[in-house]
Design a protein around this ligand. Structure first.
Ligand SMILES: Nc1cc(-c2ccc3cc[nH]c3c2)n[nH]1
Length: 239
């Protein structure tokens, strides 16, 4: 997968060169290119923003630099991802969908956002997805872009050392993850649940599923289990 990120703060995306994303790059799984939007400005002050039509506080990102930037880095048929508080929610299903794309371009806005005509123009030749990483407001799209790239890149075949670790993760099966434990068996007087030391893999799997169902019911009743809705039987004695 190739990922291009356009931003006025290219240094913000430096973490993409580290750890997992860095290893993925070395393994040829992920090819990340970060671009400074100001490369496509032509005035002495390298202007990227202007006052909003219709008035209101703040500034809006001008369409011209973005238009030239996307002409340069967004090939026809690629997917343009625009982090936005008013975008579709980033959930595991969307991360999986985006992980199937050959080429993602992320447009990181700042100020009050990007002139909407930029998105409309790009949509004539590419798929455009405005994506929210949560119901809270950031100062720009860069932090969201880091989240999106990490959530997508880790799903690429060969990215994770052990692909099985992807199977039981929170949200993969519509449930939150069960609690995990490691040595020592007793720590500050607290024991590891005995079933985990039993060697009975069926009992362990059942316990883990029950824990995941319980956690989901307690913390995220809004999550529907794709195999079946969480029923009252699941909740018996848990609420
Ligand atoms: N989920 C979420 C995205 C954002 C976001 C994304 C881009 C910009 C540009 C200016 N402010 C922004 C905020 N906030 N919250």
């Amino acid at each position: 997968m190739r990922v291009d990120v356009v931003t006025i703060f290219p240094e913000y995306l430096a973490p993409l060169g580290l750890s997992l994303a860095g290893r993925a790059r070395d393994a040829g799984l992920l090819d990340v290119h970060v671009h400074d939007l100001r490369s496509w400005t032509h005035d002495r002050h390298r202007t990227v923003d202007d006052t909003p039509y219709g008035g209101g506080a703040g500034m809006v990102m001008k369409p011209e630099p973005w238009g030239e930037a996307l002409d340069a880095v967004l090939p026809d048929g690629a997917t343009l991802v625009v982090p936005s508080p008013s975008g579709e929610p980033l959930r595991q299903a969307l991360a999986r969908e985006l992980a199937g794309r050959e080429h993602l371009v992320l447009a990181c806005g700042r100020y009050e956002g990007i002139d909407q005509r930029v998105v409309e123009d790009a949509a004539t030749r590419a798929e455009v997805r405005e994506v929210s990483v949560g119901d809270y407001v950031l100062n720009g799209g860069e932090a969201a872009a880091l989240v999106i790239v990490e959530a997508v890149a880790r799903l690429l075949p060969g990215f994770m050392g052990n692909p099985d670790s992807l199977l039981e993760e929170s949200h993969e099966d519509g449930l939150l993850e069960y609690p995990v434990y490691t040595r020592p068996a007793t720590w500050r007087g607290r024991e590891v649940p005995p079933v985990l030391l039993s060697g009975d893999h069926g009992a362990i799997a059942a316990w883990r599923h029950e824990q995941a169902v319980r956690r989901t019911a307690e913390r995220r009743p809004d999550l529907a289990h794709p195999a079946r809705a969480v029923t009252s039987g699941d909740l018996e004695g848990h609420l």
